[in-house]
Design a protein around this ligand. Structure first.
Ligand SMILES: Cc1ncc(COP(=O)(O)O)c(C=O)c1O
Length: 379
């Protein structure tokens, strides 16, 4: 079936007991066992429950994986993926990843003997130079948050195959509607489903989608051991959100391109980072591996004062962290999402004080442009 059909029907079959078109929310912690040693498939909600199983089937299908596990947040899922590595193992990570990944690895996981290097993964040569005998994992975000750098997934997948590395891709910015890394050779995809997959900014959630059974077995072991699996109500919310993923992403994509083009022609804007623009250095790679360019745009207004003035004058766009919801959110990475990243590292990867990130929603684009124009006029 097509993507939109799968998004609506896979894992969301009507309830066989009652015919309810929407599967019920199983808000229970435990399951009564008919006899000692027998169950109806579930025993305790930390281990598994019907709403989690249903959502896991949906996201596995949409990403083209053989298994998926859903977590209480994107970071909980990402943490479980890094735990596939052993003490002494080394991972190469895209240098401008989401700040929470930098915090988790450099401030926490290093204490357990894992090693990490942050490299510009848009160049395969850079990755090759950073390889060590103990390198086990390549962790790539494409486009990166918030610098919108693209990594050529087919090229890094080839390298991962040749060097026996596990390739992990954070597909949060694109969603499986616009990019499917497993089809390009990645082994694991992670998502903050808090963003596009849920799409309605009403819960946090994460997903890990896998192509290899041995990884799936380990992730499931971790999920039920640590208890980081997503709760029934939140699974219900994400399952409901996913049903409209295809139509939302079409609208996000159209609005994103219109706003990126508008900003690029605006005199108050110094630079626009959006892979859909011809001016983007990896525009051709984005065109090759994505089915659209999405709705995440970063742009530089030159200074922190200019950024402050812009952010304090928007009315329709909301000043907030997060992204991927139906409503437009605007933020200042240097002091918000990436505040935990050391200043030297922010400088090196291009998170300047004048950089503003916008997650374009699905409102009428004319209204968004009018709001941005008003706020830009105040700089
Ligand atoms: C690209 C990306 N990956 C992962 C995360 C972490 O997800 P969560 O906030 O759901 O833990 C975020 C959060 O903003 C993100 O932007």
């Amino acid at each position: 079936m097509g993507f939109a059909t799968d998004a609506i029907h896979v894992g969301q079959e009507p309830d066989p007991a009652t015919g309810s078109i929407v599967p019920p929310i199983h808000q229970t912690s435990t399951y009564v066992q008919p006899k000692l040693g027998e169950s109806k498939g579930f025993d305790y909600a930390r281990t598994a429950h019907p709403n989690r199983r249903a959502l896991e089937r949906t996201v596995a299908k949409l990403e083209g994986g053989s298994a998926a596990f859903v977590f209480t947040s994107g970071m909980a899922g990402i943490d479980s993926v890094f735990r596939l590595m052993r003490p002494g193992d080394h991972a190469i990570i895209s240098q401008a990843v989401y700040g929470g990944v930098i915090r988790l690895t450099t401030q926490f996981l290093v204490q357990f003997g894992q090693q990490f290097d942050f490299i510009d993964t848009s160049s395969v040569e850079n990755i090759v130079k950073a390889l060590k005998p103990n390198t086990k994992m390549l962790y790539v975000e494409t486009p990166t948050n918030p610098t919108m750098i693209i990594t050529d997934l087919a090229a890094v997948a080839k390298l991962a195959r040749e060097r026996n590395l596990t390739l992990v891709v954070d597909n949060t910015f694109m969603s499986p509607y616009l990019q499917r890394p497993l089809e390009l050779g990645a082994h694991i995809v992670v998502h903050s489903m808090t963003k596009y997959l849920n799409g309605h900014s009403d819960c946090t959630a994460g997903a890990v989608i896998l192509s290899r059974q041995e990884d799936a077995d380990k992730i499931y072991f971790l999920q039920r051991s640590t208890g980081a699996g997503l709760a029934p109500m939140d699974c219900f919310l994400v399952s409901r959100g996913i049903k409209t993923l295809a139509v939302r992403m079409k609208q996000h994509d159209g609005n994103g391109m219109a706003i990126a083009q508008h900003l690029e022609s605006h005199t108050k804007v110094k630079r626009v980072l959006y892979p859909g623009l011809k001016s983007h250095p990896q525009h051709e790679i984005a065109k090759k591996q994505q089915f659209g360019f999405g709705a995440m745009i970063s742009f530089d207004v030159g200074s922190i004062d200019a950024a402050r003035s812009l952010l304090n004058h928007v009315k329709l766009c909301s000043l907030a962290e997060s992204l991927g919801g139906v409503e437009t959110l605007i933020s200042h990475p240097a002091t918000m999402t990436h505040a935990s990243v050391p200043a030297e590292m922010r400088q090196r990867v291009g998170i300047t004080d004048g950089l503003v990130r916008i997650s374009v929603g699905i409102e009428d684009v004319e209204d968004l442009i009018a709001d941005l124009d008003f706020a830009l006029s105040k700089i």
